[in-house]
Design a protein around this ligand. Sequence first.
Ligand SMILES: [Zn+2]
Length: 314
Amino acid sequence: MKKVFVRSIFVVFLVLFFAVANSFALTQKQKHKVPVQSGLTKIADNVYSYVDVKGGSPRNSFGANAGIIIGKKGIVVIDTLISSNEAKRFIKDIRAITDKPVKYVVNTHSHLDHTFGNADFRRLGAVIISQENCKKNMEKNSEAALKNAGAFGLTEKDMEGTRIVYPVLTFNDRMEIDLGDQKVELIYPGPSHTDGSILVYLPDKKILFAGDALFTNYHPFMAEGNIESWIKALDFILKMDADIIIPGHGPVSGKKDVEEMKEYLTAFDKKAGELSSQSQDADFIAAEIRKALPQRPEGEWMIKANVRMKYLKK
Ligand SMILES: [Zn+2]
């Protein structure tokens, strides 16, 4: 019984991967060029992040915004990108700014573009932290995703040296890291983009790293999201004392972008719910949803992937 269950889960996985890969291959044909990220952007004193990566692709971690917070006692790293190669690039960019020790890595959630560089940071001695469900999701899915990295458009060379390393420290609701002169709050606002997605907050600087709870300019990946509680998590962010919000993907953002994210999810969910009860045609449904959604320049292939994976379950 268990075997059958495990196997069917695996098949579902493969199907989902190929759905994403197919849609991605299409956009790649249309694009040709894959821009490379260059260096970390200064957000505030001692806070840096990748932001506004254009042309998100497997090779640039789908444009994921990993970042760092530098304190007296060392560095907190937020997310580790998609591979060992990408983590090495990130570490090089960190070393261009500071030679302080990397004390902690925070995984904002379990997805590959945020966690597959973990091993390179553990090698530096970092303690890897996540919400409990994030670790569970990694234990359930990450090895299979690494084995099937090709389905995401990643080559063997891209993934060379990449190993899955799990968080060693987990929490449920809240946790605080004290770097001596900088407090870093880790907050679980309930399920959103995944059931283990967290926020990283610097109260004194009013800066929030929102992880993939917020996508700006990028079409969000919704398949593992609970829309109702995701909206609640966005409402929670709107009530926070935060002036600068770093989304999981996209440019430096603010509350207006959080409002737009709410509108996007609500519009998508309504339209996809209606149409998927009448039709099983993913292309048709995706085309109709595209008409109803606000324009976003990055990752349009995600619309169809979300329709198939979340609403048609295929
Ligand atoms: Zn994600």
